[in-house]
Ligand binder design. Sequence first.
Ligand code: COA
Ligand code: AMP
Length: 634
Amino acid sequence: MSSRYEEVYQRSLQDPEGFWAEAAEDVRWDKRWDTVLDRSNPPFYRWFVGGELNTCFNAVDRHVEEGRGGQLALVYDSPVTDTVRRYDFRELQEQVARFAGVLKNLGVGKGDRVIIYMPMIPEAVIAMLGCTRIGAVHSVVFGGFAPHELATRIDDARPKAIVSASCGIEVTRVIEYKPLLDEAIRQAKHKPEACVIVQRPQRPCELTPGRDTEWGEAMAASTPQPCVPVAATDPCYILYTSGTTGQPKGVVRDTGGHVVALKWSMRNHYGVEPGEVFWAASDIGWVVGHSYIVYAPLFHGCTTILFEGKPVGTPDAGVFWRVIQDHGVAALFTAPTAFRAIKRDDPDGKLVGRYDLSRFRTLFLAGERSDTDTVKWAERVLQKPVLDHYWQTETGWPIIGNCVGLGQLPVKYGSPTKAVPGYDVRVVNDQNEEAARGEIGAINIRLPLPPGCLPTLWNADDRFVAAYLEEYPGYYKTADAGYMDEDGYLYVMARTDDIINVAGHRLSTGAMEEVLSQHPDVAECAVVGVHDDLKGQIPVGFIVLKAGVNRPEDEIIAEVVQMVREQIGAVASFRVATVVERLPKTRSGKILRGTISKIADGESYREPATIDDPAILGEIEEALKRLGYARESA
Ligand code: COA
Ligand code: AMP
């Protein structure tokens, strides 16, 4: 089939208003918009101004109204608890309407924030949809984050209520959430009025009198609530993501643009039709979970899978194929790290042959660079297209991809393919001019961004402008570097800030440095991302001790490792650190983190002309070798 991509892409840039107004016809509105794109206050742009709609109605109720009530909406598959639970659209509607009543009983209304700190259980999805049903703004916090991170988000979002569970279940252990929640509320200045707690049989918890209500009791006492229309420009949710400091950025998602863009992406990017089964093997705490576990598949009338397990160890590297078979999955979206884990445990892909994958069509990978070895391995064992695509928390849906729904383009290994319709992606040099083809520069998107992308940061318009729009006037800065080839294929090479990507999880090395520097024996420190065969990158810490400290280094390292675990969370995978005499710096005192990473990864690097003492790079290389990291350096 020849691809319609070029024609559709050109149209999306030449006539964005016409293009997105047409896409918006596929969405159910309570009131149509007056203006498709309000350009009156640049660099702030707003989509579908004057329009009113409800997110939950578009995800759930419309499908019941349109005859899909008996179709499966949500399938919870949990190998860690040996449970499969199925909800059709009608049942999901009942549960969500009831939970909206719970929120109402707690005094939560339109515009109020609700934090959701939960494992991968259906109640988490019901809570998210329950919020949007009454126009409340949810902020889901990933369960792997420690109390301090949760407290930071509580203070920024100032939620009226928090929804949580007694525990989460990892492969080898049960994690009690309640003590983490209590500690976070203790640390936060803002105190939520109420918490709703799901008691899981694996580890129930004691409720805090006067503050906590048990989920089942709250549901029994509630009256189901209808969907409340909100303005298209009202916030639907806030999702915090790592910034360059310990203070995470609250990415705001608006309502109208979000529904329009996500619904459009299902058919056109992912090539999936209503009624089919879509599975994003991620976590609801990340943007992939928001967009492609919860919202997009439901907007599109698909069945979505909520998987509480890991690619390996629950029970084995065949679990993805088992889930695809059992639920008839048409498209799977996950991070390359999951496939590296499967490949490591089942290098010949023998387990694939045990399952019926006849309904499975396409594998999508995103979240980090897809290495060619892993892509080719997946193609070989699955015999299906394996498509890399690239996007960010901020955009909420793909920026660069291979739009199978428009006709697949040829795959070039190492590239997520071309800009997705709606995104005018340019590679730009330091002079804010477009770089030549093949030349590395900043990957930027010309303003205005398409619908669905962040309109601003929560309560921080100035930070939004400073972080994304100031450096390259006229553009949104992705903070990734890369190049475009002669055919318009983009290659994403590296972040230009201190964000690293650990097992598809976005983390800030700056935030880890803030933790390390709190240790009483640490004079200064640097955390850099180094290549890891499984997780893509892992953080490695370099610590300079204060003069006169003569405690055993191993003890100090164990303490800082524990501090990162306690303050950021196990998900940071911070396990490796070393003590060094000094850190390489420029003469102006800037630590050369990028150079350290390059030494670790064996990449060629230019000795910076401004370095204060070149001999120090040799010392760092020795330290990395002791840790088993420095490869052959150029
Ligand atoms: N709640 C509490 N703790 C969590 C957690 C959660 N929701 N998720 C992860 N953790 C903990 C893990 O238990 C682990 O703790 P440990 O250090 O005590 O073992 C730590 O955080 C690191 O977890 P993880 O990154 O999952 O590493 P792993 O070694 O357990 O598993 C993979 C490795 C590759 C199997 C795993 O990273 C994976 O499935 N990755 C897929 C990534 C993904 O879906 N990304 C989303 C973007 S699309
Ligand atoms: P997040 O906001 O957590 O989704 O992380 C977004 C970041 O992950 C991007 O800015 C990139 O650095 C990286 N990323 C996501 N997808 C890809 C991809 N397909 N190839 C390379 N890097 C990617």
